[in-house]
Design a protein around this ligand. Structure first.
Ligand SMILES: Nc1ncnc2c1ncn2[C@@H]1O[C@H](COP(=O)(O)OP(=O)(O)O)[C@@H](O)[C@H]1O
Ligand SMILES: [Mg+2]
Length: 288
């Protein structure tokens, strides 16, 4: 199935359809808007290389992600999108034989530095995976609270569980059965539960690796709406193989191909006027 045949959720939300991305910018009659100093990036990636043994999977990736924005990583299967994401919270180094080199800054702080405890880092940079992976033996409530206990986070865990379930748009569906097994939820609910679990420890950055690819169109639309809401507070990097989804949810898009970051820029530019021929061929479906 190609991207064009995939989901086309009802467009009832602020999600932007790809074909309306090139709306002209209106110039105000009062003259140009005041210049606002650009905020420093939340994430800065410099010369990032990653290997699995001798397989050089990422080659010198450079990009920045502004705070409270969504970056989509797109590209054909095997091009390094998941590897890139796992480098951002140092899960890459957990794979036997895998290593990464380069500079990764969060608010200017070097994440790859030996002084940074990877567990603390993973609290600041949360991750949601392709397949919902709730802890199967735990209740809905305990799944959300799991990270709070693991990290020894004080406070009223009942309140935090309710707040994060509301934030992940699941509360109304589960409030009467918080002690039921997480596995009693549908796939889409399980994925929102995993998002709640990631949010409970109050991360700053949320990484999502094809979070909707195992879900039906309605559940996918809910996740996309949620991403829109979450970006008011969080910086999000999402891998998706679905280009319409990238167009709907992201501010910037990064196109990866065979371990290279070919091009990164505003999503509307990547989809309507990319600088690189390979980007154009990919987004117009010439290969993939
Ligand atoms: N756990 C792993 N062990 C060894 N090689 C891996 C592993 N994960 C990915 N790779 C290799 O790294 C490259 C990039 O893969 P990946 O990041 O999973 O791509 P994508 O997410 O874009 O499909 C591929 O050549 C893949 O075979
Ligand atoms: Mg992947």
């Amino acid at each position: 199935m190609n991207a064009a045949q995939e989901i086309s959720p009802v467009n009832s939300s602020p999600r932007r359809p790809v074909d309306s991305l090139d709306t002209p910018v209106r110039v105000s009659p009062e003259g140009p808007a005041p210049v606002v100093a650009a905020e420093p990036p939340k994430l800065t990636v410099k010369n990032l290389d990653a290997w699995y043994g001798s397989n050089h999977a990422l080659h010198g990736v450079n990009l920045t992600v502004p705070p409270r924005s969504v970056m989509a990583a797109i590209g054909p299967s095997g091009c390094g999108k998941s590897t890139f994401l796992r480098c951002l919270n140092r899960m890459h180094e957990l794979i036997p034989g895998a290593r990464a080199e380069g500079t990764l800054l969060i608010d200017g702080q070097d994440l790859l530095s030996r002084d940074v405890d990877p567990v603390t880092l993973r609290r600041r940079v949360g991750m949601v995976f392709q397949r919902p992976n709730p802890f199967p033996t735990m209740s809905i409530r305990d799944n959300v609270a799991a990270g709070l206990k693991l990290n020894g986070i004080p406070g009223n865990h009942h309140e935090i569980v309710e707040r994060t379930l509301r934030q992940s748009a699941l509360w109304d569906e589960v409030k009467d059965r918080l002690d039921a097994s997480a596995l009693s939820l549908s796939g889409g609910q399980q994925q929102r539960l995993c998002i709640a679990r990631a949010l409970a420890v109050q991360p700053e950055v949320l990484l999502m690796d094809e979070p909707a690819s195992a879900l039906d169109p309605i559940a996918t639309a809910k996740i996309e709406d949620l991403i829109h809401e979450l970006k008011e507070r969080y910086t999000i990097v999402i891998v998706t193989h679905n280009m319409q989804q990238a167009g709907r949810v992201s501010d910037q898009t990064a196109f990866f191909y065979m371990g290279d970051l070919i091009e990164v820029g505003p999503t509307e530019k990547i989809f309507t006027n990319p600088s690189e021929k390979r980007t154009e061929d990919y987004v117009t479906g010439k290969f993939g």
